[in-house]
Design a protein. Structure first.
Length: 482
């Protein structure tokens, strides 16, 4: 049992980029729901936990680059959510419906708990390049998790039915159940692909500037001036004409306010030279122990015209929860300051049209992109900085998340990183361009600006959460009656 539970997690892990073979995610879920049959609660929780260990030991293994103890603790915490979902799944009748609801609820919980959530390496990212992802246009990322879980249940039910095909009593009921499950698994993504992605209101020519440089260096280990100079130098390679030039997150790192700084003047000169709006990632130190992380917009005339301060900070990356306690356990030299959270909706008005912005880590949180699009963003920009990581896991996960956001919001997306990957993604999740890692690069493309709201942007996660809770409740009701 333990080996099978670990294997189920490893199968799901193999669906998550950079491996990214989406059918294995469904296979892993099928194995997991099959293992829960007729098990007591403690055994179900153990199975779910082992599945989670198999999953997260692979997909968030990069945590160990920063702190091994923290990585092991994070894997255990994330696995505990799957353990709770498995324990909440009834072991008898109703097991399959309850499993779908419980997997959705645990995915929602881990998106926001603990420390604001760590929604990395889970089930939905493994479906970003698969045929189920169009469902996100209607039901969002949580709904995509539910559809993947239902597909796993359908596979497990089909296998179980074929294994006992000599029992006529299960034939018609089983056929009807399979028909319902497969109609949802096929029908919801088909409907999502058909639903319009908003009304086209124009186009915008965008240049993404990737300054390049060595990966695997933390901010305290790299030269802020060298990073900035690389961005300025590579911006000279923009062919143009373009409407927007987008720089990555925190490539303009300042010891004080932006206003009046030499760096602000240089960015303004880039905007004037190309006659384009420039959006650049800026960090400003505030005192000895705080800083701000923002995307600032310069007009084609070189004037600052807008700003969005990052709302969702990276725990143990941009701030340290319980710093007063943690500093006695591990060294915090690499994180000497805490980011001050912003409070904006993520929409920024520019001469090229209103844009929706999610900064780096925020792309993993569906509510940030939804908020910015609801506020009027006509395309989605994702300035990020993955230069601290030696592996491609985080970069690949961000690209996968960008593809899900494109489907759920109905917006074209541009993501830019100082060392890659930078990418353009269409509103239907198609990867249009992607830069190389490490090397300097400029990507240029014409994207479509769109207005209007997809069903997910309009309704959010509430309908999916209500349906998931209802499934779990109904499943336990059936189980107890039987």
């Amino acid at each position: 049992m333990a080996a099978a539970a670990l294997a189920s997690g490893l199968l799901i892990a193999a669906s998550v980029p950079p491996m990214g073979f989406w059918p294995l995610g469904i296979a892993g879920l099928a194995v997991l729901v099959g293992l829960l049959r007729d098990r007591p609660a403690r055994s179900r929780a153990r199975i779910g936990f082992l599945c989670g260990i198999g999953l997260y030991a692979v997909t968030i293994s990069w945590f160990a680059e920063f702190n091994v103890i923290g990585a092991v603790a994070s894997m255990a915490i994330e696995a505990a959510f799957l353990a709770a979902a498995a324990a909440a799944t009834p072991p008898g009748k109703g097991r399959r419906a309850g499993f779908v609801g419980a997997v959705v609820l645990q995915d929602w919980a881990r998106t926001y708990i603990p420390f604001g959530g760590v929604p990395l390496g889970g089930v939905p990212l493994g479906q970003a390049a698969g045929p189920l992802v169009p469902a996100a246009r209607i039901v969002g990322q949580l709904g995509l998790t539910g559809v993947a879980a239902l597909a796993g249940v359908a596979v497990e039910f089909l296998v179980a039915t074929l294994a006992r095909r000599g029992h006529r009593a299960t034939t018609w009921k089983g056929a009807a159940s399979l028909a319902v499950m497969f109609s949802v698994v096929v029908g919801l993504p088909a409907a999502g692909a058909w639903v319009p992605s908003g009304r086209a209101v124009g186009t915008v020519r965008i240049a993404l500037v990737q300054g390049g440089g060595r990966r695997g260096l933390r901010a305290v280990e790299s030269s802020a001036q060298r990073v900035f100079d690389a961005q300025v130098a590579e911006s000279a390679q923009v062919r143009g004409p373009v409407d927007l030039i987008v720089w990555p997150e925190d490539v303009v790192a300042l010891p004080g306010p932006l206003a009046g700084s030499p760096e602000a003047a240089e960015v303004a000169a880039v905007a004037r030279a190309h006659g384009a709006t420039v959006l650049a990632g800026v960090t400003e130190d505030v005192g000895a122990d705080k800083f701000r992380n923002a995307i600032v917009a310069w007009s084609p005339a070189g004037e600052v015209i807008g700003r969005y301060d990052k709302v969702h900070r990276v725990p143990f990356g941009e701030y340290v929860p319980l710093r007063w306690l943690v500093k006695h356990v591990v060294s915090l030299d690499a994180i000497p300051r805490d980011a001050i959270p912003g409070h904006g909706n993520g929409a920024v008005a520019t001469p090229a049209g209103p844009v929706a912005i999610t900064i780096s880590y925020e792309v993993f949180f569906p509510d940030r992109a939804r908020s910015a699009v609801r506020a009027g963003g006509e395309l989605l920009l994702v300035p990020t900085n993955t230069a601290s990581y030696t592996t491609t896991q985080v970069s690949a996960a961000e690209v996968a998340s960008v593809r899900i956001r494109a489907w759920s919001t109905g917006r074209d997306v541009a993501m830019v990183s100082p060392t890659g990957w930078s990418a353009f993604v269409s509103s239907h999740g198609r990867l249009l361009q992607r830069s190389p890692l490490d090397d300097p690069a400029v990507l240029e493309a014409t994207l479509t600006r769109r207005s209007g709201r997809t069903p997910y942007v309009r309704w959010g996660d509430l309908p999916v959460l209500v349906a998931a809770a209802a499934l779990v409740g109904a499943a336990w009701g059936v189980s107890r009656r039987s």
